[in-house]
Design a protein. Sequence first.
Length: 665
Amino acid sequence: MTRRSEGLAPILLACVLMITGSAAAADQEPAVESSETAAPAEGQPAEADGPKTAFRGTVTITERPIVEGNEVDRYGSIVATVTERQIDDLHAQDLSSALRRVPGVVISRYNLIGAFGGGDGGAVFIRGHGSGRPGAEIATMTDGVPRFVGVWTHPLLDPLSVDTVDRIDVYRSAQPVLFGNMAFGAVDMVSRRWSGSGSGGRFVGSYGSHDTLVGKLEYGGRKGAVDYLVTASHRHSDGHRDNADGTVQSVSGRVGLRLSDKWDVSVLVQHTAGDVNDPGVDGALGAPIVPNYATDSDFVLADVSHAHGRWDGHVKLYYDAADADWLQWDAAAEEGFTTVTRSENFGARFYETIAPWTGGELVLGLDYDIYGGETYEARPAGEGPRTDLHFRNTAPYVMLSHVFSGGVEVTPSVGLRYNDSRYFGSDWGGQAGLKIDFGEHAVYANYAHAFNLPGVYAAVLYGGWGRGDQWRDLEAETVDHVEVGWLAAVTDRVRLDLSVYRDEVSKAIRFVPPPPPPPLFANIGAYDVQGVEVSLQAQVNERIALFLGGTFNDAEPAEVPNLPRTTAVAGMSYSAASAWRLNVDLEWVDERYVLNPRFAPGQSHVAGHLVIDGRLGLPIRWLGLGGVNGEIFASGQNLGDELYEYRPGYPMPGRTVNVGLDVSF
């Protein structure tokens, strides 16, 4: 544990003791709610970050496999939502596992538990975006604030714990106005708060193949105007291969205070630590050391929100620091060395929604972010040169929309963001949307122009290459996105979603190797992607729910990494009258190209795969344990024992089984 996390841990423990001690025993009302919809008061909006408007169809689906559903927000963008329930049904232990079945999303990983770094060892890609630097073109957030390694400008999965998640919102289209830089797509992990007047908790534990052990405990409550929620978890696996072991631990605490019926304050504190090995290419002669990626992360988010009639909004202040130590082997020097990274991001989010007239909405916002940190190499002979640098972005934005009501409800919107960067000048992002509701149907369309600025990594590597400040000549990557879609309630039990999209990426930053030396980056990359996504959600009867989804992509050039031509997902949930539950899901991913195009001279290729998972839950009351709520479950992954891989030479586990206990108290 670093000195910083050692200082934070006592503060977190003191908060936990204080809030649990202040909550006297009360009648149990175990309930938690999303931080975006916490403690609603009269007139308070459901979501202060830009509310999604639910599709107006009357589909009555009680069980929802794979995703909770797709919605069209007020600005004409489709949003797929994965809730805590779906995460449990998938037995997902991290973000990539939770999203691996969402149409349009492709993941990469090495191990059962833990993500090795931010590349092929653990990353999320959306419609081919996120491959430049793994995940870097995707705005990855917790409660609307950015989460990424400030030095290398891409997210790490292990610090993004799913323990506190109420839902994960996935935006598969560009979102430059509300989310800004890096938002060729977006993933927002919305955290939970406790609701109700009592207290209670939950324990989930499992053990399975390859000595995979998972334990998670949470406890929360409310007394008067104060609510709190504390979580702690430990995950470990020996791995399906030699040196494929990983350990991830997390502890978090959240305290909320309702100051009045119009003002609310909350603070979220989270600490995570990961220690994950790289098993290496299967069959290859291993290095004298085992490559290892160790992370230690602290995240603090303070949120003050208000609702005053036609005005509502929030101010969010955040601090996100992560230590990442990457142990590697230098074959030329025949020695091990560690790339040490001390990342530090902090900033503020100001967001205000105004209803200036009936049906109208004006969003005014300002984002202020400072990100970067320090990195150097630690070798047996001593430390190498250090780079300590922070970038800054200041970005005001505005979004205007209006609902024209009637037999057909029409909602046009338009927005603009201006971004001023400390080193790269100014960039503009904009989007326009249209949403049309009629009867049981919704038609939507959107256009967006988004940007992704060069990161601190460019300065770090240019310094090592002897190019000085030439990194300042780089420009922002851009995407122009167009999408048209249709949502239809075919019957009161069947819902169909269909979208057609096109992305044109230009000025993508690519690695240019010698000759002549030294190497450099250049804005020479470009690719186009056009595709179709379709999903069908159905409540067959009161017991059975189905989900079917698929994506077809056509890219130019065809070698766009992490963009399979076709993907398909299917899921089924069955709830018996006697309360036992069965979930089965499958995923087909077509053959595709992989690896980072900025450093690989050419793309590698992996074959397609079909993976089937399942989970069976039996109520604990069958055991005759009165007063205990919960279930005993068995979860199986890759039940067909498929031989597949996300990176050449890194086979994923065959059939694995876990048994566990999920208890509420």
